[in-house]
Design a protein around this ligand. Structure first.
Ligand SMILES: *Cc1c(COP(=O)(O)O)cnc(C)c1O
Length: 432
């Protein structure tokens, strides 16, 4: 496969864009390659600037659950474009979109639109602090909630209650009230709450972790967090930026039957445009400006083009049978990958929740960041490269999800798992 044009564009990009990309993981750094520049996409396929065709399992990191450029979204967007792209004034489509979210997501009674998942989680934390009058919050190691300062905090070594800045530029004071604990460990949460529970405003988590690979919640974990939050008057925030409209129409809260106080949304909700949202109980949401004291705003929030796209997508996902079909396609992918792993005779731990899946290159059971980080990322890099050569795109990082969507035919999924079987067989020598 030739990548001459990608290579030229990347060199040009590096002169004017740091690292040549506008979001780091796109750079293919962790798989030791230069990034592929895309030209167009339709359905399950993407084409790069050298004319190579791929079956795509990245789905723009989640949003393209209907496949790329779905007609129902394009038609809605075209119609809106003619009427203007932004007004800085309220529109009917914002009301319809809010109604659609409230009716789809079980715990959400009111919702506010923003322009990214980062804004959604940042604003939800601010609202939780403003509502409870408390300053601390708990997050989990290996969960990602966007790149706002207070949330870019890694677990410190040893002292679980003391986080360390996740990057230079985040000050110690910015994360002074962020507590980082291991995922899927209720005991750690209950110990911290017993100590400082009355100072904790919120617990924020990915109800199915999707940013350390795919790590499902342990049995009773979500319900256990809910009970602890009730006991200590702490707000439970589900960051459903990936899982919302993905693992069920109503997200992980619908799938697992545990209701958070606040929910953050992103990715799918924008139909391929930059949208985020946060919502929850009316009583909490009414603490937001202009009716409440907690300030939050956005010039392009509720942008009509993005809203019409998101609404068209959510409408399509609300049709009967959609999530059964996603489950079926997810299961087909999983069983194909399992047999690829078996026939290659390798150590891999596979996880799947609905249409999101992950193959961890480790012999361990992955349930938190500690176990996820035992993965052989160098092997993953070779797997990624082999898949790309077979015309299959997966995330250029071990710690991301593989997404199946409605546009993937069974043949697409089988082509993917057949490619995986071939690539895995070349990665391992069988002596061991
Ligand atoms: C992607 C992601 C975010 C951040 O969303 P952006 O739109 O990239 O700012 C937040 N939370 C989770 C769980 C995500 O996967």
């Amino acid at each position: 496969m030739r990548h001459t044009n990608s290579s030229r564009l990347f060199a040009e990009a590096c002169r004017v864009i740091p690292g040549g990309v506008n979001s780091p993981v796109r750079a293919f750094k962790s798989v030791g390659l230069e990034p592929v520049f895309y030209d167009r996409a339709k359905g399950s396929r993407v084409w790069d600037v050298d004319g190579n065709e791929y079956i795509d399992f990245v789905a723009s990191w989640g949003p393209m659950i209907l496949g790329h450029a779905p007609d129902e979204v394009l038609d809605a967007v075209r119609e809106q474009l003619e009427r203007g792209t932004s007004y800085g004034a309220p529109t009917e489509v914002e009301v319809r979109m809010a109604e659609a979210v409230v009716s789809a997501v079980p715990s959400v009674e009111m919702v506010r639109m923003v322009s990214s998942g980062t804004e959604a989680t940042m604003s939800a934390i601010r609202l939780a602090r403003g509502y409870t009058g408390r300053e601390k919050f708990i997050k989990f190691d290996g969960n990602y909630h966007g790149h706002s300062d207070a949330l870019l905090c890694a677990a410190g070594s040893g002292l679980v209650t003391l986080g360390i800045p996740g990057t230079p530029g985040v000050t110690a004071s910015a994360i002074a009230d962020t507590i980082v604990l291991p995922y899927n460990d209720l005991g750690a949460v209950s110990a911290v709450l017993a100590e400082v529970g009355e100072k904790v405003a919120a617990i924020i988590l990915e109800p199915v972790a999707g940013n350390m690979g795919v790590v499902p919640p342990a049995e009773e974990y979500l319900a256990g967090l809910r009970a602890l939050c009730d006991e200590y008057g702490v707000l439970l925030i589900f960051d459903e930026v990936i899982t919302g409209f993905r693992v069920a129409l109503g997200g992980a809260q619908e799938r697992y039957g545990v209701m958070p106080d606040l929910t953050t949304l992103g990715k799918i909700i924008g139909g391929g445009f930059p949208v985020g949202a946060f919502g929850g109980k009316r009583e909490i949401m009414e603490h937001l400006a202009p009716i409440g004291p907690v300030y939050q705003a956005g010039t392009l929030s509720g942008n009509p083009v993005a809203m019409i796209a998101g609404l068209a997508l959510v409408d399509a996902l609300s049709q009967p049978g959609v999530y059964d079909e996603l489950e079926r396609k997810g299961a087909l992918l999983e069983s194909g990958l399992r047999s690829a792993v078996r026939s290659a005779g390798i150590d891999a731990y596979l996880t799947r929740v609905g249409s999101m899946a992950c193959m961890f290159f480790t012999a361990e059971t992955v349930r938190d960041w500690k176990s996820a980080s035992t993965c052989d990322t160098e092997r993953y890099a070779r797997y990624f490269t082999g898949m790309l050569d077979h015309g299959i795109t997966i995330a250029p990082s071990q710690f991301e999800a593989t997404f199946v969507g409605l546009a993937h035919s069974d043949a697409d999924i089988i082509a993917m798992t057949d490619a995986a079987a071939e690539v895995l067989a070349t990665l391992y020598d069988r002596r061991a």
